[in-house]
Design a binder for this molecule. Structure first.
Ligand SMILES: Cc1ncc(COP(=O)(O)O)c(C=O)c1O
Length: 337
């Protein structure tokens, strides 16, 4: 075990023993290799550098209460990477290769997987890039599939604290029939400017609206929107331009288990006042409670500024308890590594 200050790690890259890589050439994926060198040699004309054939994933491994290392739903990330790759005409690893690479990166970096009880986890970042030198624009014929990983600290060092979000109508994250559903690198480049503008205005997160009419809620910069109504409904936007969050999908199952009515439905910005709790959900933090959303000159508020609402807290704790093996994994979401 590495001697790291697990409880005080941030969300930043910390060097580990290495990453795992498989290369695609001549119509097939090569063997998985473990690489200690963090730099990858690449042709200056590689497609990913110029034309953006690059997509990725994010998932975590945890050490459970029983001392086992587990991955949370890697099959869902494999599926999503394949869907992202399809949208931008890339070859993608099979689910089997994806999971084997995730297992290998955990196995070779076992001493970097944070111990139980520290709140820290091992963040895996699968990456798929087009490597063929391309000048005329076309899909690459060669690819690299990489899984790097790094230990990350607990997202909430000072407790599960609510934030305030802003709707910026001058920016869209995605186009109506564009690539918003794909976890491709370019989408994140497009979100940098609005993210910076929001921070300057004093808001840590941006709520993007549907790119066709700018009338409906889409998602936050790096997380899905979930809202809880006073009568116990869990609502999340139905939209063709948002990423299909695996955390959201899992929370919907837990919400149903808790007796909440779950619906995926278009949510009008003007109807945000139906919610008593709002959260931003994703792998990094599970749920970030949102206590207010500034939309034009109107501020919608949800519950207590200082404390997350009861339903979101139960969902947050429920999902974490599964991830840390503190409760039965009755939906079969954990994979031993
Ligand atoms: C744009 C966007 N939406 C939503 C999510 C949440 O997805 P997940 O729960 O699979 O991490 C992420 C993070 O990956 C994201 O980048």
């Amino acid at each position: 075990m590495q001697n790291l200050d697990w409880k005080n790690l941030g969300f930043a890259f910390l060097p580990t023993n290495g990453h795992v890589q498989s290369d695609f050439a001549d119509g097939k994926w090569g063997p998985l290799q473990f690489k200690q060198e963090a730099y990858i040699p690449m042709h200056v004309a590689a497609n990913c550098l110029h034309y953006g054939q690059a997509c990725f994933e994010g998932l975590k491994a945890f050490t459970t209460k029983g001392g086992k290392a587990v991955l949370f739903r890697p099959d869902r990330n494999a599926d999503r990477l394949r869907a992202s790759a399809d949208r931008i005409c890339m070859e993608a690893p099979s689910e089997e290769l994806f999971i084997a690479a995730c297992r290998m990166v955990c196995d070779r970096n076992r001493d970097f997987i944070p111990p139980y009880g520290t709140g820290a986890s091992f963040y895996l970042r699968p990456l798929l890039i087009g490597t063929e030198p391309t000048i005329g624009i076309k899909p690459s014929a060669t690819y690299s599939f990489i899984v790097m990983a790094t230990p990350v600290g607990p997202y909430y060092k000072d407790g599960f604290s609510p934030v305030e979000a802003v709707v910026l109508e001058d920016f869209d994250r995605a186009a109506p029939k564009g690539t918003g559903r794909a976890k491709m690198a370019g989408n994140y480049a497009a979100s940098l400017k609005p993210g910076l503008v929001a921070k300057k205005m004093g808001y840590p997160i941006v709520l993007f609206t549907d790119p066709r009419e700018n009338l409906y809620v889409d998602e936050f910069g790096t997380s899905n929107f979930i809202g809880i109504t006073a009568d116990g409904q869990y609502k999340t936007p139905e939209s063709s331009s948002i990423l299909q969050s695996i955390t959201n999908e899992s929370l919907q199952v837990l919400a149903t288990d808790l007796g909440l009515k779950v619906s995926r439905t278009p949510i009008r910005l003007s109807g945000l006042d139906q919610f008593t709790e709002v959260g931003a959900c994703g792998t990094a933090a599970v749920i970030t409670p949102v206590h207010a959303i500034q939309y034009r000159d109107r501020k919608f508020t949800f519950g207590d500024k200082a404390k997350a609402g009861q339903t979101l807290t139960r969902l947050y704790q429920g999902l974490q308890a599964i991830q840390y093996g503190e409760t039965a994994d009755k939906h079969g979401w954990l994979v031993n590594v």
